[in-house]
Design a binder for this molecule. Structure first.
Ligand SMILES: [Zn+2]
Length: 250
């Protein structure tokens, strides 16, 4: 097994084809046909994770020590309430339709294992402007954490697929995300690329590692050109940057 055993991190394992993998007693995933699996640890996971693999009726168990991750927490008080007018029915319908398409793409569960060799970075050159998991606490009330990593680069900078996969969403002009590409890397690992100025792939297309999928932009709700990069594993938010340079399990 290899991986980054820490909060928002992961384990990459190899077992037998289709083996059931359990985390803290709950079935969470199955290994690919070649026996590879990805297992994610929550943003606020506890110090230990119990991993069980059931293959051909036999069970192996292992306890992993999960390191703490540091998140950027910003406490703000006395923020003036900004009145937001009610959205028009048209805008509300658009928001609902777009969130349904995003949810459907994140729910993709292709039986592949393109994640098994780890990721390469989606940009050749970038500056991290917002780390994964950062959170603002306004007047004592926690806001939803930032479930992506923001990589600043000039508009038009090529964005590359960090690993192989199938494009499950490719759209320009999403209200919040602008140009948006989502890729299924197998066994519940889906990555997303937000605010693109151009989208260079189509839904259903197979991509390999290093394939250009679009370009950095500031489309949608963005204050400047950057790539917001996200990773969801079976509905849970993970830090995609931790996958960069990960080793293949043996
Ligand atoms: Zn972001």
């Amino acid at each position: 097994m290899s991986g980054r055993f820490q909060q928002s991190g992961f384990a990459l394992g190899r077992t037998s084809s289709g083996a059931q993998v359990l985390l803290d007693g709950r079935p969470v995933t199955r290994a690919s046909d070649a026996g590879f699996f990805y297992l994610g640890f929550d943003r606020d996971a506890g110090p230990r994770a119990n991993l069980q693999v059931v293959e051909r009726g036999a069970e192996t168990a292992r306890t992993l020590d999960i390191g703490r991750a540091e998140y950027d927490i910003q406490r703000i008080s006395g923020l003036r309430q900004v009145y937001k007018g009610k959205a028009s029915p048209e805008l509300e319908a658009r928001i609902a339709a777009e969130s349904q398409r995003k949810a459907a793409a994140f729910a993709s569960r292709l039986n592949r294992d393109d994640f098994r060799d780890g990721f390469s970075a989606p940009l050749h050159d970038f500056r991290v402007t917002a780390r994964f998991g950062g959170q603002r606490i306004v007047d004592g009330r926690p806001r939803p954490p930032h479930y992506g990593i923001d990589l600043a680069a000039p508009s038009g900078t090529p964005v590359y697929s960090p690993a192989g996969g199938i494009v499950v969403l490719a759209e320009t002009g999403m209200l919040y995300e602008g140009g948006l590409v989502m890729i299924d890397h197998g066994q519940g690992v889906v990555t997303a690329y937000l605010h693109l100025s151009s989208v260079d792939v189509m839904r259903g297309e197979t991509v390999s590692r290093g394939r250009r999928i679009g370009a950095v932009g500031a489309s949608g709700r963005a204050t400047g050109p950057h790539l917001c990069w996200r990773l969801k594993w079976r509905g849970r938010h993970m830090n995609p940057m931790l996958m960069v340079g990960a080793r293949t399990p043996v």
